[in-house]
Design a protein around this ligand. Structure first.
Ligand code: IFM
Length: 428
């Protein structure tokens, strides 16, 4: 099961809160989100009731370090209590350190364009690891670094809202350096921890099957969007093109050493057309080519795309984990078949030798969907935002049943075993 801090906790004041106040989002502001800051322990019960044996959540940097160099121990304690609750329920806590938001001071004082960002992130990581490193064995340092790079520094849609292609190389390099710094902090304290990254991977298909330019654009998008990050973590070197014409190129030889498992966030497929009607370089849209329907926010449900993406990710040589997968479906009309179809794809991938070690559903509960506010309902449990009460959707039972059947989830906690097999000498 997966959530992220800003999307569920509520009353977190950070760069994204300012973004909302400046009118840069379409939906209503995050406010109290889904109230998980107060209800985390109950959320852990809900995850258990759905049969989950692992829970991925993220740490709010802005709560932990509201002013530069000033750390809030009560906040860290609050996360420790949640981790303890997960452990008491037999659920493996999986901690993400970066999931899009920053403390308010960050972009002013130590932005990702400056090398100081790496040090600041490393110091934050050190404090978190010191607080509960002894209890957490699976860490995802960066969530969707490429999505953040594109949104934050190319099209300026998310904080810091910059649109400067000259900054891209530097920011990407600093994000990866920050990964290494944080990973070394984790390894120092928790030598047998499994360290991961969550990479957003997208299916791409030609708008017109027969059209050579559409097909060419599909190949370029696959290289740019999906494979660049895989190559970086697999080899410590990267070179890929970001539209319209920036080559992202760099080298950090230590990067593969600081990764144990590669995480895939997968949702949908885009259809590409070149030349586009509005932009020569191409148009992209979602359409229901599979006949499985479009989600509430208009995304195609395309489970058969997942297999080839897992094959690509497996080229990294790392064991894989699906770190996010889910859909917006308020009526729970499409979710049961969505879950079943994706589980089948994972089972097929495993059968041909792709090492998939875990699956995290996005999301446990309805939450704040960034630019789109609360409209899209991604939760296995619905949240009534007036009362903050949680109600199971029918898919909770489907998730539980599939967990047993396909992903070998059971009360013996198989993710624990998977992690130990990542580190055979690492029994604690
Ligand atoms: O809600 C987001 C999440 O924060 C990052 N991955 C995609 C999800 C759905 O859009």
């Amino acid at each position: 099961m997966a959530v992220s801090h800003y999307q569920v906790e509520g009353a977190d004041h950070c760069d994204w809160t300012d973004w909302e106040a400046a009118g840069r989002t379409r939906g209503e502001p995050c406010g109290n989100a889904s109230d998980s800051w107060r209800q985390y322990e109950d959320d852990a019960f809900l995850a258990r009731a759905a049969g989950a044996n692992a829970f991925r959540f993220s740490i709010s940097w802005s709560r932990v370090e509201p002013r530069r160099g000033v750390f809030d121990d009560e906040v860290l304690e609050r996360y420790v209590r949640f981790v303890d609750q997960l452990l008491a329920l037999g659920i493996e806590p999986v901690v993400t350190l970066f999931h899009y938001t920053h403390p308010r001071w960050f972009h002013e004082q130590t932005p990702w364009t400056s090398i100081a960002s790496v040090l600041e992130f490393g110091i934050f990581a050190r404090r978190v690891v010191a607080a509960f490193g002894d209890r957490v064995r699976f860490w995802v340092i960066l969530n969707e670094p490429l999505v953040f790079l594109l949104g934050g520094y190319l099209d300026g849609q998310i904080p810091p809202g910059i649109s400067d292609s000259r900054s891209l190389n530097r920011v990407f390099d600093h994000l990866l350096a920050a990964h290494c710094f944080a990973a070394s902090e984790i390894r120092t304290r928790v030598p047998h921890a499994a360290i991961g990254v969550a990479h957003n991977m997208m299916g791409f298909g030609p708008h017109r099957d027969w059209h050579p330019l559409d097909r060419l654009l599909v190949r370029s998008a696959q290289t740019m969007y999906n494979r660049g990050v895989i190559e970086a973590f697999a080899t410590g070197r990267w070179k890929f093109l970001l539209p319209p014409g920036t080559t992202i190129r760099g080298r950090r030889d230590e990067l593969p050493v600081y990764l144990d498992t590669f995480g895939v966030n997968f949702y949908s497929r885009l259809h590409l057309r070149c030349p586009g009607t509005t932009r020569w370089i191409g148009d992209f849209d979602y359409s229901d080519r599979t006949g499985l329907g479009l989600t509430d926010n208009g995304w195609e449900i395309s489970p058969e795309t997942l297999g080839p993406l897992l094959d690509d990710a497996a080229q990294s040589g790392f064991p894989l984990v699906i770190t996010e997968n889910g859909l917006a479906d308020a009526d729970d009309r499409l979710r049961p078949e969505f879950l079943r179809a994706h589980a089948r794809e994972i089972a097929r991938a495993e059968a041909r030798g792709v090492p998939v070690h875990g699956y995290f559903h996005w999301s446990l509960i309805d939450n704040y969907e960034w630019l789109d506010g609360f409209e899209p309902k991604f939760g296995l449990y619905a949240v009534d935002r007036a009362t903050m009460a949680r109600t199971p959707r029918g898919s909770v039972a489907v998730f539980r049943e599939l967990g047993r059947e396909f992903l070998h989830l059971n009360d013996e906690n198989s993710l624990r075993d998977a992690q130990l097999s990542l580190h055979p000498s690492g029994a604690e």
